[in-house]
Design a protein around this ligand. Structure first.
Ligand code: SAH
Ligand code: SF4
Length: 444
């Protein structure tokens, strides 16, 4: 089992375990998953390649790794045959271990994953008529202890590495059979290898992959395939799984860079949304350095209510949070900020709350949409979901205020895959520990 170094998460006094970005395996080989092109190049040079060869091999391996989903150096057909065993004895391309895969009656899928050092985390795939969304985790557990969220009750917390984050997207592509294949396979069946296709539909647009792949040694890979949403199952990514992504900023950024890289997973930043509970100091950097869509877990429009539901509010209050949203780079009417609002009976669901929500969003002139999430219950939460009539009324008031406020249909409740239900079997925090962490998060 690999060891884990300690690091401090802002807002907390106790260090939490966080894996190093490169953890050699027991056999000494280095896992390239999660590394950028430049780092792969450095490692190849350190292993003995000259600068030119290291650069070329890094470019080739990067493409096979992230664009083609290949995990075996022997399949990298444009790399000289003699070179492949050299790579395979020093490096490996891994995947997070799958402990369990579950399928909901509504088509939602959840995977329980395990890190090399034995920590469990989850990812969820939610297909609907027009898109397929992968809900990606950024941490094992969460230190923020929002009172309505099951993830916050997990005792064990560590930041996930870039490899463990991007690895979720790659696993989903594996499971969905969505890697481009070589020319022959692709024209025969673009989805060869997929085990999920339920509707029998074929992609509306054939990928532009030219004929048979050139097998000559050292030829640059010349396919000009680029992902589009057309006919694909996995079209969107939301950083809404376990954890607070802005408390693991560097790793989340590095992973999303690989997801957005045109020669990597090549997903548009417009199809990626990062959700934060309101880590105000990191929001500007999120916009500037990652540039994805922003979602904010609001849940309360009055200090006392939001202090209870999202204890981080005691540290970064509503005014600071909404100002940071107003300043978020790239937000516009075409790219609105999503405000998530979990509907809890008798807590935050009154007509007055709805009117105050509209007033606040307007006061800050925010290009906003509101997602109303019916509270997903979990044992011992102490909260109930608002009645459907109440949710409808709340939605109407916000809508009449000029702000779109759809009610999100809960998905995957039967396999505990819905918002806030993600929690692995890790030991539960004591009430005292939750209170301590919430207080530490709130300490200025
Ligand atoms: N930590 C980040 C990312 C996780 S997103 C954040 O909080 O934004 C998880 C989303 O599910 C958040 O909007 C969260 O508020 C919501 N959620 C948590 N528990 C829930 C529950 N029991 N029912 C419905 N939504 C919940
Ligand atoms: Fe953490 Fe988000 Fe859950 Fe709050 S809602 S405990 S920030 S995962």
């Amino acid at each position: 089992m690999a060891d884990t170094a300690l690091m401090t998460i802002p807002g907390l006094s106790d260090p939490v375990p966080a894996a190093r970005d490169i953890t050699p395996r027991a056999d000494g080989r280095i896992d390239l998953l999660g590394l950028p092109r430049t780092r792969i190049c450095e490692l190849f040079a350190a292993a003995g390649l000259d600068a030119k060869a290291a650069k070329l091999r890094a470019k080739q391996v990067f493409h096979w790794l992230y664009h083609r989903g290949v995990t075996d150096f022997d399949s990298m057909t444009d790399i000289a045959k003699a070179m492949r065993p050299w790579l395979a004895t020093r490096f490996v391309i891994g995947r997070p271990e799958i402990v369990e895969a579950q399928h909901s009656t509504d088509g939602t899928r959840k995977w329980l994953l395990r890190t090399a050092d034995g920590h469990d985390y989850e990812m969820v795939f939610i297909p609907d008529e027009t898109r397929g969304t992968l809900c990606v985790s950024s941490q094992v557990g969460c230190t923020l202890n929002c009172t309505f969220c099951h993830t916050g009750t997990m005792k064990l917390v560590r930041n996930l590495t870039p490899g463990e984050i991007v690895g979720q997207v790659m696993l989903a592509r594996d499971a969905l059979g969505e890697w481009p294949k070589s020319g022959a396979n692709l024209s025969a069946n673009p989805r060869a290898g997929g085990d999920l296709r339920q509707d029998g539909a074929t992609p509306t647009k054939a990928p532009a992959l030219a004929g048979a792949h050139d097998l000559a040694d050292d030829d640059d890979d010349d396919d000009d395939f680029h992902y589009t949403a057309d006919g694909r199952l996995l079209t969107n990514i939301v950083m809404m799984g376990m954890g607070e992504p802005l408390y693991n900023f560097d790793h989340v950024r590095d992973a999303l860079m690989l997801v957005m890289d045109g020669d990597g997973l090549a997903l548009s930043k417009r199809r990626i949304t990062l959700s934060t509970s309101g880590v105000v100091p990191m929001m500007a950097r999120c916009g500037a350095e990652i540039g994805v869509n922003l979602a904010v877990s609001l849940h309360g429009v009055r200090k006392d209510v939001r202090d209870e539901l999202v204890p981080l509010n005691k540290k970064y209050g509503l005014e600071d949070l909404l100002q940071a949203c107003a300043d978020y780079p790239g937000a516009s009417n075409a790219r609105r900020i999503t405000f998530e609002y979990v509907m809890i009976k008798g807590k935050n669901d009154s007509d007055d709350d709805a009117r105050e929500l509209v007033r606040l969003l307007k006061a800050y002139n925010l290009p906003a949409k509101v997602n109303l999430i019916p509270f997903n219950p979990w044992p011992g939460s102490g909260y109930e979901c608002s009645d459907p009539d109440r949710i409808r009324r709340f939605s109407n008031i916000v809508f009449e205020g000029g702000i779109s406020a759809p009610v999100r249909t809960p998905r995957g409740r039967d396999i505990d895959a819905a918002c806030g239900q993600l929690k692995t079997a890790a030991e539960k925090k004591s009430r005292a520990q939750r209170d301590r962490e919430a207080a530490a998060a709130a300490a200025v």
